[in-house]
Design a protein around this ligand. Structure first.
Ligand code: DAT
Ligand code: MG
Length: 153
């Protein structure tokens, strides 16, 4: 089986709530390698572009406000079956429901509700490819083997 790469984002409530260390420990304990990472502040245009698939939803403006409300930690995670395994580890979208139905998930640990759910994961190979190249230079074929782009926290 081939290694896969997926995109993870610790959203502003996760970063500002000091959940970064616990989330990264869970990521590593679950067998993922963190191959790229950076902390950035999204602006309205970049957040709108990242979440373009949701642009017609009622919650879109609120979502953009939330993800631009503070710094985010963006990471590329690698392992076999990374995309679906990462989705399973973060748990369901609604952080308040995750606490009941998926108590060991990351959204149960640090999510608040259906909007403020503290973490992102790509939902398919297509979105993983789009989202990784949205944040990182993937122009070299061996991009996944490059060292960390920047030291973090
Ligand atoms: P996920 O992040 O689990 O892939 P999604 O792609 O359906 O969920 O939505 C993207 C983000 O938008 C989600 O993480 C939080 C926000 N969101 C989704 N549904 C929402 C809703 N009903 N009300 C408010 N925010 C919502
Ligand atoms: Mg999604």
């Amino acid at each position: 089986t081939e290694k896969e790469a997926t995109l993870a984002i610790i959203k502003p409530d996760g970063v500002l709530g000091n959940h970064t260390d616990a989330i990264k420990a869970t990521i590593l304990q679950s067998g993922f390698k963190i191959s790229r990472e950076k902390i950035i502040q999204l602006d309205k245009d970049s957040a709108s572009s990242f979440y373009a698939e949701h642009s017609t939803k009622r919650f879109f403006d609120s979502l953009v406000k939330y993800v631009t409300s503070g710094p985010v930690l963006v990471m590329v995670l690698e392992k076999e079956n990374a995309i679906s395994d990462w989705r399973a580890l973060i748990g369901p979208t609604d952080g308040s429901k995750a606490k009941i139905t998926h108590p060991n998930s990351i959204r149960a640990m640090c999510g608040t509700d259906v909007e403020k759910n503290c973490i992102h994961g790509s939902d398919s190979p297509q979105s993983a490819q789009r989202e990784i190249s949205f944040f990182f230079d993937t122009s070299t074929s061996q991009w996944f083997a490059l060292p960390l782009q920047s030291p973090i926290l």
